[in-house]
Design a protein around this ligand. Sequence first.
Ligand code: HEC
Length: 697
Amino acid sequence: MNGSWRWLLLPGFIAVAIGCGRTESVTNPSEWPTFGHDVSNNKFSLLTSIDTSNVAQLHEAWRIEDSADVAGMYCNPVMLSNRLIGLMPSSRLIAMDPASGKVLWEFKPDSSGISNWSKGITGHKGRNGEPDLIFLIYGGTLYSVNAETGNVMENFGKNGRVDFYEGLEVPDSMRNLVPVSSNAPGVVYNDLFIVGCKVPDELPSTSGDIRAFNIHSGKLEWVFHTIPKPGEFGADTWGADARKRNGGANCWGGMALDEERGIVYVPTASPSFDFYGADRPGQNLFANCLLALNAKTGKRIWHFQTTHHDLWDRDNGSPPNLVTVNRDGKKIDAVALVTKMGYLFVFNRETGESLFEINEVPVDTVSSMPGEKPWPTQPIPTNPPFARQGYKEEFYGRSANWINNEIEKNKYKIGIYEPPSMSGSVILPTAHGGANWGGASVNPEKNLLFVNATDIPWILKLTDLKKIRAENELNGQTLYMTHCKGCHGADMKGGVGPDISYRVKNYNNERVANVIRKGAPPMPAFSFLSAQQIAAIVAYVKDTAVQQQFEVAGVPQNNEPFGFNGYNFYLDSAGDPAIKPPFGTMTAINLDNGEIAWQVPLGEYKKFKKQGIENTGSFNRGGGIATAGGLIFIGATEDQKFRAFEQATGKILWEQELPGMASSIPSTYSVNDRQYVVVAVSGNEKFKGGYVAFALP
Ligand code: HEC
């Protein structure tokens, strides 16, 4: 029997009109059929067995731990075909018995890849007796896997595999420099699998185009250029050659689909490189947008850009939610988007008209960086934000003296849209959010939206890469000419020893360093060189190999002149966030009027509790889900706890320590009338990463 029709026999079957609007989506309420539960992405389950009255009795039902190395876990597992299916840290897709966690099948992609960051997989319920499918992107490959058996669908692409570079403009010879994968699932519309991609944040990169593949054949059906080609709408919002020179504007958080209208809503990320934009003058459409695309053709219907000419990495990383709001006695089908800025945008699904007033506010246009032209205005909605806006003295808290001193001494700039500089600025909210990939969940019966946010400032500084590179290269070059040139030639193309230019560019830094340190018989070991000297040689040979590669590919090399100091929280002299708590929050927003219904701290730190400072909230990543039982389930916090909040009040009704941090979105489903809540847990020294499921006794 196949999952595609078996559920029709279930007594619990009902047709659910998600969002009460016209988006009829028939879902078996006992399943969690795809990422975000369904294409509305509301992460809402109709299950009610676990509710506000009994959730306190919830206890661990089973857990599964990976056998291989420790790694992060971000996957929102799906439950369909009577299997719970999700990614494991060691590059595997597994299907578990949803009642016991016992592994039923496993699928190993061809390569290990960057998809450990994957937020989930796309589940598709087969129609007309076709099998349920899982679409999975791993490394540079898109797979179609039979959900019941774990076998690839042979007719999809070549033996169940599609080259995920298809339709992107990355020359073959540049592939190792421009790794493309996807860490966000897509959506299925009729016979199309619509998906974004992950492209490098640093240059070289490529345009993060949105693509649709045929779900049966794997054939590429349409491409939407998120960096427009010359002549296309929006091309004049970039400099010349933008598709070759720049990159990014990709969708890495997931999308939502209005099946009836045939519109897919796609949030896009910032352009690459994130923090310096002199080489991408203009507004940079369609980076940092919410795009409404015709799902059949990929043609743009409307767009809204949430940050113009982004200089702060303010990706739209949260998947949008399809909602229906009440306005003047009328119901309006809308699409909601929460952002890293802590804003909630709500647009009419068809017209793109905002349901709350948005002001284009003038911002600082003076940048100290050469050639940088910050955009003069930014869109700020008038409905209340769910995260603090801008680093202000009233937020400094107990470290106020230290902070005032530091800011004065270092001449740090402060402001929400302060252009980044080499001297540094303190920004809030940051690229961590506000909201991040966990996005929001929605209870469509109550028209409440629930969102978790981080509320800790960053110290953002740009660095002079040219200078760092020049210093490194100078040392590296001298060392290379002394120790290596004799055998490999001045240009690495070979002499007594082999041509190493090709190998060096394919090896990562660590591997090249190992060859130097340990030798590769008959090549001698250079164990007498210091770690610094080896690092300098590695930097030199890698850089040289990369430059040679650009020449071969005939692509203009954009040697990014500036880098940044990393994703650094602004910490005080005690190493604590230099801001008054709460450092993280959970917020409920009334979708009809945009008002905040409640806001409470999310998470806590043992350190502060010991000092008698309670309810601090914590840095969080991952997201929550909502149920018709009146609950929100969320992990996401650094204290490694899993919690149930009451939707009506924000009260914590249950919490339980996990073996690691749940930087993921949970799922809920039921088997034999028993409801489970499951969450992916990241690895650490004690737990290798896996899933933990909870149920009532
Ligand atoms: C005495 C000659 C000699 C010197 C000096 C020498 N190499 Fe080699 N190197 C070789 C030979 C021969 C090989 C091929 C080994 C093999 O068959 O894989 C090699 C291989 C390599 C490889 C590829 C190894 C692999 O696993 O594929 C790298 C990278 C490399 N050399 C880098 C360097 C660097 C950097 C230096 C200077 C610190 C250096 N070599 C100095 C002779 C030399």
